[in-house]
Unconditional design. Structure first.
Length: 753
């Protein structure tokens, strides 16, 4: 028998899934081939959401807090990245360690404790980090048709990782033409410039439509130069955020130079390329086959916060790093989706998706005045199978639906590392970030849910999901960083559930309540990572790490005192068990080791006990003739059983937006975003020592204002302009390692044909 590495084993394991899809596709092709056509992309007459059950349902019957981003929102906000798009809702707090990123924080959770889903496919994989995660920029904002943020545990619908919430993105779909139209072609191109980072973005999308076949193609190319921060500093912190120096290698020697423009955050720029190709084939009245091919890559992305660190040795203060950057972040996602209607007596609707992802990331770091650069590479392969079904138990004034399905995820990763002497080119084996013998992470799950209208006013929904996870990592005999074991293996399982109620007591009052549980099984990043978390502190593997679980109880009311106005308030409390936090540890009996030439304290990610989270979210919306007002506010607190603030807690924050549409072709809006102060006592202990992120005394409160306008010159040409951070405030969101953009003038033109 041939021996296979983890990636090869993963490819072999996917063969039955491919065969299954081929069998289903063949069966569908045999169906009656009467054609149907869509004349335009789907426009709902009433607001629907898909995140709560994986199928479209009325938002008014959902018992959870959900933020909805519509196609109109995407177009009007004209965001540079998906992180900017979510941040613009005023309901998602965004952390950034560098300009090329954006790590969303939901209800006190972040990184691999929240889940990203695109077109029904989970993006989280076995090396998604516990710390701040910057993969959100791999979702192309210009190709998004809509998005939803499901707050709170979503493990019943989506499995592990969905503790704080789920971000569900839907990309634009190909559009069928009618039989009378025949072949049609439509397209749109846009160009955008933004001054804060001298952003230049070009994008184009093309629809090719026939009666039974349709194609959608999207290409977006962006270049961001170094980001300029604001010049108006708060009185409490008159210098924090200035970039007074930078490192440049001159004559083979690293040199610390004075930055002529302290507001220019040197070495924060990057490039991004996004491609999306989708095909749809209307096999028959009841069956449709879709193909998705998504590709995204970037240039090198400097880790800005690491380039701003200083260290003092023998009374001399010098930069900590000369180089620290992520190499090109590569993602290729391919998926086949078969959807059917009126399938069988036990299912009215069926969706089967099989997807393959290839992902690569790398890290490159070199200490100041060292000739040795440490290069680490991670390669990941993921195969997912999702089969989701819906049975309409009753249709009429009272809808009653049953949802059920299965999910299989087979993941593999390989890690390598090389120490390169940039002076003479010599290369030596380096310390890998994850076990160098390879890792696999496989999960198997089945779920069932129901939504039951007991009356026109009362809806109950509930569900259960069972999940089994199998993780295995191997350490090779030639590993540079020797561990006291050769194999890390764990196979946790979980049964999660949710139940919710929505009661429209009157035309002006709706009451919602929901109880749900969630879990996160440790992945390879949690359990097997070797990582310098900050200067003088190194994280080592913990083979005994177990899953973390959360139980959340939330309740909400929505008031509609007058037509066109609503105020919703949602409060929640979460009980956490086996909380994962970084704590002091030992390695081979020692509490300190020499790592990257520095004596460092040993830490590891550990299950430290229990904890709790509390929060409240307010959303006000209203319309007065041609003016729409939206205001949000969110507060979250959380501590573990020792009283310490939990990692990823945020200050209170929110947004107010006034939009005015005086005529059909003109849309004008103004918004104010704000964050409360974040004092030293509020900062999680794991973050408190990061002087790059927090100055003495903590972060002051901040408020920034912006205006934007969009004008349709003709049916084919749209001009857009905005000014963000009008008053050029210098501010840094909590946990961030880079200051936010200063005054940012954005101009864009869109041309349709």
């Amino acid at each position: 028998m041939l021996l296979c590495n983890p990636l090869q084993r993963l490819r072999c394991a996917t063969a039955p899934l491919v065969l299954l899809l081929a069998m289903v596709q063949t069966a569908a092709a045999a169906a009656d081939s009467v054609s149907t056509a869509d004349s335009a992309r789907m426009v709902e007459g009433r607001q629907v959401v898909i995140s709560a059950s994986r199928w479209a349902e009325r938002a008014s019957t959902v018992s959870r807090q959900i933020a909805v981003i519509t196609p109109e929102d995407v177009r009007m906000r004209n965001p540079a990245t998906a992180a900017d798009l979510l941040e613009g809702t005023g309901e998602v707090y965004m952390q950034r360690s560098q300009a090329g990123g954006g790590s969303p924080r939901l209800r006190g959770f972040a990184a691999n404790n929240v889940l990203m889903v695109i077109d029904g496919i989970r993006l989280n994989n076995l090396i998604y980090r516990t710390g701040n995660l910057q993969n959100l920029i791999q979702v192309d904002a210009s190709s998004i048709a809509g998005a939803e943020v499901l707050f709170g545990p979503g493990s019943v619908q989506y499995g592990s990782d969905a503790l704080g919430g789920v971000m569900v993105f839907r990309t634009k779909e190909p559009v069928f033409s009618s039989a009378e139209q025949g072949f049609t072609i439509r397209g749109e191109g846009f160009a955008r410039y933004a001054s804060a980072a001298a952003e230049r973005t070009l994008g184009a999308e093309v629809d090719l439509s026939w009666n039974k076949v349709a194609s959608y193609t999207s290409v977006t190319v962006s270049r961001f130069d170094d980001l300029r921060s604001g010049g108006t500093f708060p009185q409490a912190q008159p210098t924090f955020g200035r970039r007074d120096w930078y490192v440049q290698r001159i004559g083979g020697r690293d040199t610390m130079l004075v930055n002529a423009d302290p507001l220019l955050q040197k070495f924060s720029g990057y490039d991004q390329l996004n491609l999306l190709q989708k095909l749809r084939w209307q096999i028959s009245d009841n069956w449709t086959l879709g193909l998705t091919a998504l590709f995204t890559t970037s240039g090198d992305i400097p880790r800005y916060d690491r380039l701003f660190e200083l260290r003092t040795t023998n009374g001399v203060t010098l930069p900590r790093q000369a180089e620290w950057y992520y190499g090109p972040q590569f993602l290729s996602l391919n998926a086949l989706t078969l959807t059917g209607h009126a399938v069988a007596s036990f299912m009215d609707d069926l969706s089967i998706t099989i997807s393959q992802q290839w992902y690569r990331e790398s890290r490159h770091a070199r200490t100041f005045r060292s000739d040795v650069r440490r290069d680490q590479y991670e390669d990941v392969a993921v195969t997912n199978l999702n089969a989701d079904a819906r049975l309409r138990l009753y249709e009429g004034t009272e809808d009653r639906d049953l949802y059920y399905g299965i999910e299989v995820s087979l993941q593999g990763a390989s890690s390598s590392a090389t120490d390169v002497n940039i002076a003479n080119g010599q290369q030596n084996p380096g310390v890998t970030r994850y076990p160098d013998g390879g890792s696999t992470y496989n999960s198997y799950a089945a779920y069932v849910q129901t939504r039951w209208d007991l009356s026109d006013e009362l809806t109950v929904a509930g569900g259960l999901r069972g999940t089994l996870v199998q993780l295995r990592s191997e350490v090779s005999d030639v590993s540079v960083f020797r561990l006291p074991y050769e194999t890390i293996q764990t196979d946790p399982s979980a049964l999660t559930g949710s139940i919710g109620l929505t009661w429209s007591t009157t035309s002006w009052l709706t009451i919602r309540g929901n109880a749900s549980t969630g879990f996160r099984a440790p992945n390879v990043d949690d359990i097997g990572k070797v990582f310098e978390s900050r200067t003088g502190s190194v994280v080592v593997p913990n083979a005994n790490l177990g899953p973390m679980t959360v139980t959340t109880l939330e309740g909400g009311v929505e008031l509609r005192p007058i037509d066109g106005w609503s105020l919703s308030a949602t409060a929640f409390h979460s009980w956490l068990a086996d909380v994962m936090q970084i704590r002091s540890a030992t390695f081979n009996g020692a509490d300190t080791i020499v790592f990257n030439d520095v004596r460092s304290r040993v830490t590891s990610l550990q299950n430290v006990g229990t904890g709790s989270l509390d929060g409240i979210a307010l959303v006000l919306t209203g319309t007065i003739q041609t003016v729409t007002i939206t205001a949000t506010a969110s507060v979250t607190t959380g501590r573990d059983d020792t009283g310490a603030v939990l990692m990823h807690i945020t200050p209170a924050f929110g947004m107010t937006r006034i939009a005015w549409r005086p005529m059909r072709d003109l849309h004008v809006s103004a918004d104010v975003r704000w964050s409360a102060a974040w004092t030293t006592s509020m900062i999680p202990p794991v973050e408190a020592t990061l002087n790059v992120n927090y100055p003495a005394g903590g972060l002051p409160a901040w408020t920034v204002a912006g205006v934007r306008a969009s004008y349709d010159v003709t049916r084919a040409i749209t001009l857009q302009a905005s000014v963000e951070n009008i008053f050029d405030q210098q501010y840094r969101p909590a946990g961030s390692g880079i200051s936010a953009p200063g005054r940012n003038v954005v101009a864009a033109v869109r041309v349709r044909w």
